[in-house]
Design a protein around this ligand. Structure first.
Ligand code: PLP
Ligand code: COI
Length: 341
């Protein structure tokens, strides 16, 4: 199979339509088999649930080329489970794990020419989405749904690659207590667009959000969870019911404990404590693990000792290990890697 002629090393995190996508429909109470199509356009009612009431959720995962030339996905079963949770909360019929994994396999295999080569620094980002496409005018679940998975080759999520970034402590909230912060609902991201614009307009890469109830504890950013490292090398990550349960964060916690022998604390992290940490990083599928250099707030700034030039030593080790597992140079825990072809 001949790879597409792309400048793999200079890709940004942007959408580029590839050859195939998987599409299935839910109608009269059941999902059809679904299958591959070359049509990148969605056609639906003007009164579709997704258009009127944002009845939509999504996932994000990646495929990698390993050193020995296989194409693999990282823990796609966890994305399937999280999509089921998101669907339940939004009154969308679940997509089974079996259909989800079959769709991931089919899309990646069909687009193998778009999977960035080993060592290029790029990956294939896979975007499953699930939305109400049938008409609904009273506020109610839509009668019909579409499940679609497309993929696109991507480079680093933050401009500048893995250079430490600066964050703004947001004046806005991302998720309410007992709301939808713990699922991957499209509406969460629509609500983060204005705060994201405010931050970017002021020269920041992203926002740090606090908990909406007390505005004292660190939650997450618009698209990634936080990891902090104490001066004694303990990994600390915020525990909250209103953040997305990041698969990358859960994996890094395991790696910290079982590969690097580090102590991990998953607990409430008061904003007032973060000035004491040695390192700070964002983690997620798109972000991988991206170092944070500073967090600015009204009237002050916190700068981490790891500095603005390179990531701190613990962040670096976590990154090398997870990327090694994804690219097949470090042995993976049982069940983490799905070989697609
Ligand atoms: N938090 C939010 C709000 C996200 O959108 C994402 C991205 O999926 C993450 C965290 C990271 O989650 P994961 O590691 O599963 O990609
Ligand atoms: C991801 O990391 O997959 C995300 O969904 C984050 C962002 C692109 C929304």
């Amino acid at each position: 199979m001949e790879k597409k002629n792309l400048d793999w090393g200079n890709l940004s995190f942007a959408y580029m339509p590839t050859d195939y996508r998987f599409v299935a429909h839910y109608k009269n109470g059941a999902w059809d088999e679904g299958g591959l199509t070359t049509d990148s356009m969605c056609t639906m009612s003007e009164c579709a649930g997704v258009i009127q009431y944002a009845q939509t959720c999504f996932e994000g995962l990646k495929a990698y080329t390993t050193k020995d030339g296989r194409i693999v996905a990282f823990r796609p079963d966890l994305n399937a489970e999280r999509l089921m949770n998101s669907a339940d909360r939004l009154m969308i019929p679940q997509v089974s794990k079996e259909m989800f994994l079959r769709a991931v396999d089919e899309v990646v295999k069909a687009n193998a020419a778009w999977v960035p080569p080993y060592g290029s620094g790029a990956t294939l980002y896979i975007r499953p989405c699930l939305f109400g496409c049938g008409p609904v005018i009273g506020v109610a679940p839509a009668p019909e749904y579409e499940f679609r998975i497309f993929c696109t080759p991507v480079g680093p999520y933050f401009k500048g690659g893995i250079k430490p970034i600066r964050l703004l402590l947001s004046q806005y909230d991302r998720a309410a207590p007992h709301g939808t912060g713990d699922i991957k609902a499209g509406l969460n991201y629509a609500m983060s667009l204005y705060p994201g614009h405010v931050a970017k307009d002021r020269g920041y890469s992203e926002n740090m959000y606090l908990d909406a109830a007390t505005r004292t504890n660190v939650e997450e950013t618009g698209g990634a969870n936080f990891l902090f490292i104490t001066k004694d090398g303990v990994v600390v990550t915020p525990k909250s019911d209103t953040i997305l349960p990041s698969i990358t964060r859960r994996s890094l916690v395991y790696i910290a404990e079982h590969y690097l022998g580090l102590k991990v604390e998953e607990r409430v992290v008061p904003f007032s404590e973060i000035k004491d940490f040695a390192e700070c990083a964002l983690c997620g599928t798109a972000a991988v693990i991206s170092p944070v250099f500073a967090v600015d707030y009204e009237g002050g700034s916190i700068e981490f000792p790891s500095g603005s030039e390179k990531m701190g030593p613990v962040t670096q080790k976590l990154r090398e290990t997870i990327v090694g597992i994804q690219e097949g140079t470090v042995e993976a825990p049982e069940g983490w890697i799905r070989t697609i072809c």
